[in-house]
Design a protein around this ligand. Structure first.
Ligand SMILES: [Mg+2]
Ligand SMILES: [Zn+2]
Length: 185
């Protein structure tokens, strides 16, 4: 009885890297500092809708070292995330959480990906079942963070790059459709 209750309460989640997965990534060392620089990628909304339909919680896991480098403030980031949330809300969607690391590499924090800190914090905060969840990203550090957290990894990539991700798709929608197909079979 007790164990089945725990089971019912635990959520399955899609952990989502932000830049390059949800929104257009700016050139290296450039940061999305204001809402006008935040461009949702095509087909992201239908992909998120499918994840929702399949019962996944949506949690953003993002490195934002532009803050540590003094190029933007926490408040700038919150404005960007308010804007992102409003775009999702307009589409009838919402996120369970947004976790960001404001540190730089030299801070040796436990949250900056490839460290698993943000994924593990979200897992604890939201009572997520990692074994039925996925971490989706567009870089090697996302895949490494997933492995460090013990959750399945999904790489979004347009090139046939070398990777040890569990799954690789050309777009977030490609992954969503894969899950949808698997759910129906
Ligand atoms: Mg990225
Ligand atoms: Zn950090």
């Amino acid at each position: 009885m007790t164990s089945s209750k725990t089971q019912q309460n635990s959520l399955k989640a899609i952990f989502l890297d932000r830049d390059g997965v949800l929104n257009r990534k700016l050139p290296e060392n450039n940061y999305v500092r204001c809402p006008s620089e935040f461009d949702l990628l095509p087909e992201v909304l239908p992909a998120l809708r499918i994840f929702r339909q399949l019962g996944f919680a949506l949690v953003v896991i993002t490195n934002q070292r532009g803050i540590a480098r003094g190029l933007m403030s926490d408040n700038d980031l919150h404005k960007v995330h308010d804007f992102m949330n409003s775009l999702l809300r307009d589409a009838g969607l919402s996120l369970e959480g947004i976790y960001y690391c404001p540190h730089d590499k030299a801070d040796y924090c436990d949250c900056r990906k490839p460290a698993p800190g943000m994924i593990l914090a979200a897992t604890e905060d939201l009572n997520i079942d990692l074994s039925s969840s996925f971490m989706v990203g567009d870089s090697a550090s996302d895949i490494k963070a997933a492995q460090n957290a013990g959750v399945r990894s999904v790489l979004i990539s347009q090139t046939a790059e070398e990777t040890d991700a569990d799954l690789v798709f050309r777009s977030l929608l490609g992954f969503a459709e894969f899950l949808l197909d698997r759910n129906c079979s």
